[in-house]
Write a protein that binds this ligand. Sequence first.
Ligand code: PEP
Ligand code: MG
Length: 590
Amino acid sequence: MTFSIHGLAVARGIAIGRVVLVASSRVDVAHYFIQPEQVSSEIKRLAFARDAVVKEVQGIQQNMPKDAPAELAAMLDVHLMLLEDELLSDGIKHWIGERLYNAEWALTSQLEVVARQFDEMLDPYLRERKADLEQVVERILRHMKGLPNALPVERSPRPGSSRQQDLLLEDSVDVPLVLVAHDLSPADMLQFKQSVFAGFVTDVGGKTSHTAIVARSLDIPAVVGARGASHWVKQDDWVIIDGDQGVMIVDPSAFILAEYGFKQRQASLERERLSRLRHTPAVSLDGQKVELLANIELPEDTVSAITVGAVGVGLFRSEFLFMGRDGKLPDEEQQFQAYLKAVQGMKGLPVTIRTVDIGADKPLDKPSERGPKEENYLNPALGLRAIRWSLADPEMFLTQLRAILRAAAHGQVHLLIPMLAHAKEIKQTLQLIEQARRELDQRALVHGPVKLGAMIEIPAAALSLPLFLKHFDFLSIGTNDLIQYTLAIDRADESVAHLYDPLHPAVLGLISNTIKAAHDMGKGVSVCGEMAGDPSLTKLLLGMGLRSFSMHPTQILTVKQEILRTDIGKLKNWVHEVMMSEHPATIVNG
Ligand code: PEP
Ligand code: MG
């Protein structure tokens, strides 16, 4: 039966495909595709972990004190039985062998399938065995991650039997796959960058959560905040993801499929048409030049930046180099190579490297050995994040600064600092940059000049601009956070997404003042938050005086088209009206 689930539209387009459900687990699970020749070693890796857990459980059984509750022994029996169950192992082989999922992903995918079968059982005792199954899977995952396995003792099961059923799904390797998950971390999304998915849907997340931002950079349709999506769909269900409307349609009828197939073809024609603007300079109807820069997460993204004609990188979110590394920070050489690759990839055009913005919704996979403790930097948006994190771990910060300064000897590099608010943070940052240069001199390593920029993304910064303009060469307005902190709403929380308003008069006031203050001082200013890539806001930002926009490469051509159609000289009264209005959205969207 066809039904639809609504969420927030984050990346445009239509995807039609079958569902790959990513199970949520209390243990972080890596999701990636393996090569066909790795299938048997991946199956062995899992078998090895399972055998080790069997031994572990048997060991616990043997060493159990005489007065241990009988339920505990029974529970361990159930766990052993589940560990040996073909239901689990055969399914896993399918996910690895046919879908080429890595072992952990295969395990959680099969858990999802079997858990649903347990949910549907009539016998309440058997239904309750789902929790045992989850514990067993968690033990295996923890073993694979090298984490200690605590013995869960809170349950009191009766012994029972499990059933055998063929859960193997029919082969669907050539069909487009769409990913449905409760939540995905930005690090997960990064892994999916190399993957084959045609679209994404998550239960949670806001429009400018970092997960959504990475989804947008992949240029595939995505919907976040689609509550219950991962609950209502099953592995291999057919779905349509409408990234324009923020809807997922499950089990579509032939009529609906035909309709969306048509929309899909229209969208690809539109893309083709836009691609002709690649080499057209971004100049408004009245001849004003506009700079269109790219936001990137990895050095390889420079390829798409160049392809769409970006005139530089306005934001390299360097924290993505720090993710998916099991908590081990990249050393100076690894970072230098990555920055150098980005600089070379841009072929002489400027590259703005932002120092790490870890924390809030971009945690490291594991606390780093030296840095702040997990409970500190996993604090959400108001916690130890970005420059606060860097200043709390000067050794890490200096390593990054040295790597960036070394890359600056090979091309135009701008150094951008996130989340500054205090004069003392500015002072410490400038001192550490000088120290990094001295350390490179001591090691006789070449380093180059950088333009120094500050992100304006905390209202306090936007309200003390002279301080920033005194110390920095340019400003970059991070509207994603500026909106979050001005309106006091978590950008990653879909339950307050309706309050996330780029057109709130307070937000518009801060942006407009920042642009004006920078221009008055003859300094550069750009917007690198998601507002820069939203074509419905291009005219307004141009009218406020903005001439430098940084966005995902996928948005550059659409925004360029808007610029080519705009006569900026005629916008003055309209912008004034918008800024004075209590409801700017009705004028901008009207
Ligand atoms: C912003 O806050 O607008 C920004 C560009 O930085 P990030 O989205 O990475 O926080
Ligand atoms: Mg930010």
